[in-house]
Ligand binder design. Structure first.
Ligand code: AMP
Ligand code: MG
Length: 353
């Protein structure tokens, strides 16, 4: 398939990019586009065949429903049932990186909701997707633009690498603002099903109640857990074996230096500095006092890790608060729950790869 790649400033989308994307969506085709969280791969949410193509192209399991993007709360109310009290909160916090799970009105095809009685809805803030929603007048079903199990795209080049030749249009809008997916919040139970760019602290402030955090949000729920179907699949994983380091950074150098260029380390600028001169491949996420920047670069560095051909990568754990809470959910999955805090544990992990 010939893919039209259109570059544009995501804060000031060109008419050409919006026209090309809107034309494709209205004609049952797929478009990969930037949002403020990560890139999405979208189709007209009312078009069952187009939505089925999203699953095919991503290699996504058919029981893993799609998030539906809308222009505003009124359009969300056409698709799902939301209490007056929650409508008032959503009016306040949307557009933004919070997806809500609500009871479905049953007007979307079963392909979108994977046959569930609920639907995931979000009103995104990214200017490009906003323009696209306005121009098409349609709800747009769009999961993250990655091949299933791989890290999400946070740059146009990631999306092009995954989808050139597989979708009709790719809008390259440079780097995503957050670099991590939206938070999925079940409005029926006030439970976070997937932490993301809208933090638990922000939910508590907006809804006046502390959200329920549990094994799903942590990313430690056992396979087969079905409240949020997507959570049971492998996710965000580079090809290179990845281990999370949860110990003291002062011990890292002595543990890793013998591996030299056979291993890579991903961590804060300060932590990378401690490992200079070891020959290790160092991937800096940014300053340790700037969690937003480190989260913003996380998927990019996980994708870059695979370009080195190293035997394994180690990533420094994030403090599990604010955006770091969401980052740790991704890291547990990206590493297939492999973490260590001393050399003995690292050796055990290496024996298993
Ligand atoms: P993605 O857009 O690729 O980041 O994935 C969307 C996530 O939303 C997946 O983990 C889905 O399982 C989840 N999701 C979508 N619809 C629902 C729903 N009705 N109930 C629970 N989770 C959902
Ligand atoms: Mg995804």
């Amino acid at each position: 398939m010939r893919t039209l790649v259109c570059r544009t400033d995501p804060r000031k989308p060109s008419a050409k990019a919006v026209d090309a994307a809107a034309d494709a969506i209205m004609n049952g085709r797929l478009v990969v586009f930037p949002t403020e969280t990560v890139y999405g791969i979208g189709a007209n949410a009312f078009d069952e065949d187009a939505c089925r193509k999203i699953y095919e192209v991503k290699g996504r399991a058919s029981d893993n429903p799609l998030i539906v993007h809308v222009q505003n709360v009124d359009d969300a109310l056409k698709l799902g049932r939301i209490s007056k009290e929650h409508v008032a909160v959503l009016e306040h916090i949307w557009p933004g990186p919070l997806t809500v799970i609500v009871k479905s009105r049953g007007i979307l095809p079963g392909t979108v909701t994977a046959g569930l009685r609920s639907v995931a809805i979000r009103c995104p803030e990214g200017k490009f997707i906003q323009e696209l929603l306005k121009r098409t007048g349609l709800p747009i079903a769009a999961p993250s633009a990655n091949i299933s199990a791989k890290p999400s795209s946070t740059k146009g080049e990631h999306a092009i690498g995954y989808f050139k030749g597989k979708v009709d249009v790719i809008i390259d809008g440079g780097e995503s603002y957050y670099g991590i997916e939206s938070t999925i919040f079940d409005l029926r139970s006030l439970r976070i099903l997937r932490p993301g760019a809208f933090t638990p602290e922000q939910i508590e402030k907006a809804f006046g109640k502390r959200p329920i955090l549990g094994k799903l949000a942590e990313g430690t729920a056992s396979a087969g857990h079905v409240i949020s179907p997507g959570t049971k699949y492998k996710h965000y994983s580079p090809e290179t074996p990845l281990f999370v380091y949860a110990g003291d950074m002062k011990d890292m150098r002595s543990m890793l230096e013998t591996f030299g260029s056979k291993a890579a380390f991903i961590g804060s600028t300060e932590s990378c500095s401690l490992l200079k001169g070891t020959g290790l491949r160092l991937l800096s996420l940014g300053p340790s006092d700037n969690a937003q920047e480190r989260v913003h670069r996380l998927f990019d560095k996980l994708i870059e890790l695979d370009s080195f051909g190293v035997d394994f990568g180690v990533i420094e754990a994030f403090p599990a608060k604010g955006l770091g809470y969401a980052a740790m959910n991704r890291l547990r999955k990206a590493s297939s729950h492999r973490s260590f805090s001393n050399i003995k544990q690292l050796q055990e992990l290496l024996e298993q790869v």
